[in-house]
Design a protein around this ligand. Structure first.
Ligand code: PBG
Length: 325
């Protein structure tokens, strides 16, 4: 054969492949989600997320120090609220001395440079496991947004750098930006879960926080996975309302959405590699059906290649170890 172009030339050795690799993962790409519980000295494995844990504040602080030392710049905090503190209005979410607020303070005290992001949504605090206030069988929008704005201010007050509303109510980004401005938190950022789909891949997360919806599903606020144009509408509105970072969630089944969002906005785009995506890799690896490390790197690289500037992933630590060889 006489060929003018031989594409295999640039694939022939690890050195050449490394030279021409278009997508390179780095520790600062990752946001590490953390699950926090009351108590001290507690580290308990989440059954449906093997190798991932809920920790009390003291051990969370240790973990954050470790993540920081590895080059991971940000953590995303979720708390598991005690049942007796749950109600329909997210009262506990506004407690200045609540588990979230104490966690933020403890982490910022011990590790002031780490970027602390906090989950803003009512589901962990809701007797109904819904992301908003329930009236009848409806998850009401405007009353929920008021609570979310107060919750954001409360997190900012405790020292959060970036609040991350994961609720999908309409108008919450504007309300949160407004509330932060009015309360003097002009430097607190917003990472909006803008294109968050109603997905079965959140299952293990709901086990982790005991936050599964008590009735119905989340389809009246989270997006229909059949839709793509709607994701662009959502992110553009959130950017207009003041989002500093927009998110697509989940990640692996939504790579087309990540790419389309990346091409349509000029703010950083994050993608959430969610609990079910973690659990699938873990389970297949445990069965000996997949090479876990290779699956982690291929998945995360694909998410970045699709256009994610930041990736929230339960594999953050594993990935950094793999990057460093
Ligand atoms: C709820 C919330 C969910 C996740 C993050 N915030 C679950 C849901 O919407 O029911 C899922 C994260 C994951 O699955 O890893 N506000």
């Amino acid at each position: 054969m006489h060929l003018i172009r031989r594409n295999r030339i640039l694939r022939q050795s690890p050195a050449i492949r490394a030279m021409v690799a278009e997508t390179i993962l780095r520790p600062s790409d990752f946001i590490a989600p953390l699950f926090i519980i009351e108590g001290s000295g507690i580290k308990e494995e989440i059954p449906s997320m093997q190798g991932y844990y809920r920790r009390s504040i003291d051990l969370t602080v240790q973990e954050v120090k470790e993540l920081w030392a590895m080059g991971i710049k940000s953590v995303l905090l979720f708390i598991k609220c005690k049942d007796e503190l749950k109600d329909n209005r997210g009262t506990e979410a506004l407690n200045p001395d609540g588990l979230m607020q104490r966690s933020i303070r403890a982490i910022k005290d011990a590790c002031p440079d780490v970027v602390v992001m906090t989950d803003v949504a009512l589901d962990p605090f809701s007797t109904y496991g819904h992301d908003g206030i329930v009236e009848g069988s409806e998850i009401v929008n405007d009353a929920t947004v008021e609570v979310l704005a107060k919750m954001s201010v409360s997190h900012a007050q405790a020292g959060a750098d970036i609040v991350a509303p994961s609720d999908m109510m309409d108008g919450r980004i504007l309300a949160i930006r407004d509330a932060l401005e009015q309360s003097g938190y002009a430097k607190t950022g917003i990472m909006a879960y803008s294109a968050k789909y109603a997905s079965c891949f959140y299952g293990p997360f709901r086990d982790a926080l005991d936050s599964a919806p008590g009735f119905g599903d989340k389809k009246t606020y989270q997006m229909d996975y059949a839709n793509r144009r709607e994701a662009i509408k959502e992110v553009l509105m959130d950017v207009e309302e003041g989002a500093d970072i927009v998110m697509v969630k989940p990640a692996m089944a939504y790579l087309d959405i990540i790419r389309e969002v990346r091409d349509n906005v000029d703010v950083p785009v994050s993608a959430y590699h969610v609990s079910g995506e973690y659990a699938m890799i873990k389970a297949a690896a445990k069965m000996g059906w997949l090479d876990e490390n290779k699956a982690i790197m291929e998945s995360l690289t694909s998410i970045k290649r699709a256009g994610a500037d930041l990736i929230a992933t339960y594999f953050a630590k594993d990935a950094v170890k793999l990057i460093n060889g």
